[in-house]
Design a protein around this ligand. Sequence first.
Ligand code: FES
Length: 103
Amino acid sequence: MKRARARWSRAVLVCGKCSKKLDGGFGPDGDRPLAKALRKRLGLKKGPKAAAGLVETRCLGLCPKRAVAVVDAARPEEWLVVPPGADLDALAETLGLAADRSV
Ligand code: FES
């Protein structure tokens, strides 16, 4: 089996379908989907060369009302339900992404 190296220190899954249903809800103007707003806030790029993986997925099966399901790969036993307008700095802290901000 081949292996591919990534620079990710953390991996977070964000439900893209929840985000789509909210039609924005995050970022300074409240018009960005969660993954995009969080990536922008933390200066994270996409792909394996990013400091951390913030991956938008299809439906995760939780389907919260007016919120976004998020899975921290380091703590898969406890998912987050993030309402629109949530504090992105606090969320990054909770997900252990804040430390990657300077990268
Ligand atoms: S729509 Fe997001 S978990 Fe189902």
